[in-house]
Design a protein around this ligand. Structure first.
Ligand code: G6P
Length: 366
């Protein structure tokens, strides 16, 4: 299989731009678009008869799991434990036989994720995996596999694999809610319709990248960058910080906005850009008060939002406008701006975007 960059400068840019299409393919695979319902294959466990589910993964796939935790807990009332696979595998956790374990991996070969999967099998768990590479060890050793239809991902920094993982996990969360009686037909149709709109919203974000190119000038001068978010925007803040440090080598941290007071606020001064992921949802006002705390210390705010920056009641240096979307799907759409922030900053700085130093696409050894 030959994969080329097409008209793009980097595989990463190409893969960012493929997202409306591959997320659309993945949705078409897991939804019945005629009836606005989810259409998942048979699963190795019944969501109605489990009391919790354990998720493990590494890197970006781990952040997909963190988003999924919010979805499963909110929409399906299913408690979820999320672990970094390298921690999970050595914790010697006792698991109730017959439980459900879910693994997420682009490559399907990450050593720690595979070891965690094998541990769960020894503990008599039903193992389900979300993988992009169908002929992989993780896929082979699972009881059920939900493939992401992202196509080959070449850029070391994961982009389309992440949003495709989120897509599958969102469909799975709806299926879980149906099985558990927390999602009735009306709500199912509402959530499915919100998912169907995602490719269009992603394309809208990608229509004008000039604000990202512009922002790269100031961001490239920063020594530290802080990303803040609440709810499902918190894992997106983590993912944004990871992308930036991976490809631009600027130190970046993602924080739950409510944790600002518990440490990172000590770092804020006029030299620190603070990227705030804040869709106008039920947590928006809470995040705004954190933004004001940043502004009071002269931190430079970059607001990623569908809100009018004037509603922040404080100085906002840059606003990256995102279309208004159903809160259920906001992490899928807001993943794109944080990818673009990292990409354009790295391009401006002249780093090797597709092959960042010291990183590997797939970590098959410990
Ligand atoms: C490496 C890659 C990341 C990826 C992580 C997990 O660190 O550089 O992009 O998120 O491994 O990989 P997996 O294949 O298991 O998703």
């Amino acid at each position: 299989l030959i994969v080329d960059k097409g008209n793009f400068r980097h595989f990463m840019a190409k893969e960012i731009h493929e997202q409306p299409e591959v997320v659309g393919h993945t949705l078409a695979h897991y939804l019945d678009l005629a009836s606005n319902q989810v259409a998942l294959p048979d699963l190795p466990f019944d969501f109605a008869s489990i009391s919790r589910m354990s998720l493990s993964a590494c890197g970006t796939a781990y952040y997909a799991c963190l988003v999924a935790k919010y979805w499963f807990e909110r929409w399906a009332k299913l408690p979820v434990d999320v672990d970094i696979a390298s921690e999970f595998r050595y914790r010697e956790i006792a698991m109730d036989p017959g439980g459900a374990a879910l693994f997420v991996s682009q490559s399907g070969e990450t050593a720690d994720t595979l070891a965690s999967l094998r541990y769960c099998r020894e503990q008599d768990q039903h193992v389900l995996s979300v993988v992009n590479v169908r002929e992989s060890s993780i896929a082979r050793e699972s009881d059920g596999v939900l493939p992401t239809l992202g196509g080959p991902e070449i850029g070391v920094a994961s982009t389309k694999a992440f949003t495709c993982q989120l897509t599958v996990l969102a469909c799975l969360a709806i299926a879980a809610g149906k099985a558990r009686g927390t999602i009735g037909p009306e709500l199912e149709a509402e959530l499915v319709e919100a998912l169907v709109e995602v490719p269009r919203h992603m394309a809208e974000v990608l229509r004008d990248e000039s604000p990202y190119e512009e922002l790269a000038h100031s961001l490239s001068k920063a020594r530290d960058v802080l990303y803040l978010g609440r709810g499902t925007s918190y894992p997106i803040a983590l993912e944004g910080a990871l992308k930036l440090k991976e490809i631009s080598y600027i130190h970046a941290e993602g924080y739950a906005a409510g944790e600002l007071k518990h440490g990172p606020i000590a770092l804020i001064d006029e030299s620190v850009p603070v990227i705030v992921i804040a869709p106008r949802d039920e947590l928006f006002d809470k995040t705004v008060s954190n933004m004001q705390e940043v502004a009071a210390r002269e931190g430079k705010i970059v607001l990623v939002s569908d809100a009018d920056p004037a509603s922040a009641g404080c100085a906002v240096q840059t606003t990256l406008a995102v279309p208004t979307v159903h809160p259920f799907v906001s992490p899928l759409v807001y993943a794109v701006p944080v990818q673009l922030i990292a990409y354009y900053t790295a391009v401006f700085m002249g780093t090797d975007v597709d092959q960042p130093r010291n990183l590997a696409k797939s970590v098959t050894v410990e």
